[in-house]
Design a protein around this ligand. Structure first.
Ligand SMILES: Nc1ncnc2c1ncn2[C@@H]1O[C@H](COP(=O)(O)OP(=O)(O)OP(=O)(O)O)[C@@H](O)[C@H]1O
Ligand SMILES: [Mg+2]
Length: 227
């Protein structure tokens, strides 16, 4: 299994008055090449689950193995290195920086890696072409259309060629046509063999072509729903 979660618990602010159990004994296994959805109401734990799968932080307890590495065993800087190699993130609202250019947004995840500008260009240009944003490469990202922004977010998630793509409510700010375009792009990435995990309550996402399974998330607990 590419992603294995056993008895995962995530507690924020442990031991304080504002303690929250965001994930409670989560079991999940995702095989390489699958496309799965996490579906649940606001506050149910979807983003927390994506953060653990995305190697942003380890669980409070439980066993999380992501692409061959057990998270709790990794010191912080190795967790970060593992994330950079393994994960592409597409955030809700896309987290694009509006004042810097499209090109600079796409190469942002490469900056800590100490590559030369030439190496960064070599990785970015094919993605700018693939996603139809090459003609916008020098535009401030705040001055392009919603559909273009969405494709900048996809290009940025792919810049390190990750096997796992995570998308958090990716269609929340898209109309239905752009949502369908986004899902077609995700299906193409699945067909390349990448593993896709999307958190969403949008039926366009949870019922999209290529979705193998939908997990229900409620109060930090995860159930496997019939798709
Ligand atoms: N950094 C944090 N510190 C403390 N509590 C947090 C933190 N992040 C999330 N929580 C809490 O953990 C629970 C799960 O939050 P999470 O963001 O994972 O839910 P979600 O399903 O993604 O919600 P939404 O659909 O609104 O994005 C919520 O009760 C939330 O308030
Ligand atoms: Mg969320």
């Amino acid at each position: 299994m590419l992603i294995e979660l056993e008895n995962i618990v995530k507690i924020y602010n442990q031991g304080r008055v504002n303690e929250v159990t965001a994930l409670d004994k989560v079991e999940m296994a995702v095989e390489a090449g699958a496309m799965v959805c996490l579906k649940g109401p606001s506050g149910s734990g979807k983003s927390t689950l994506l953060a653990i799968i995305g190697c942003i932080y380890p669980p409070t307890s439980g066993r999380a193995v992501i692409a061959g590495r057990q998270l709790a065993r990794l010191p912080d800087r190795f967790l970060t290195m593992h994330r950079r190699r393994t994960i592409g993130f597409i955030f809700q609202r896309f987290n694009i920086l509006p004042r810097i250019s499209v090109f600079e947004n796409v190469v942002l995840p490469l900056l800590p890696l100490g590559m030369s500008p030439k190496e960064r260009r070599a990785l970015a240009e094919p993605l700018l072409e693939r996603y139809g944003i090459a003609h916008r490469r020098n535009f401030p990202a705040g001055e392009i259309s919603g559909g273009e922004l969405q494709r900048v977010a996809i290009a940025r998630a792919l810049i390190n060629d990750p096997p796992i793509i995570l998308a958090d409510e990716p269609t929340a700010h898209l109309d239905s046509r752009l949502s369908r375009d986004f899902l077609a792009d995700m299906l193409a990435l699945k067909e390349e063999g990448r593993t896709i995990i999307m958190a969403s309550h949008d039926p366009l996402v949870t019922e999209a072509a290529g979705v193998d399974r939908v997990y229900g998330v409620h109060d930090g607990r995860v159930t496997k729903d019939a798709c």
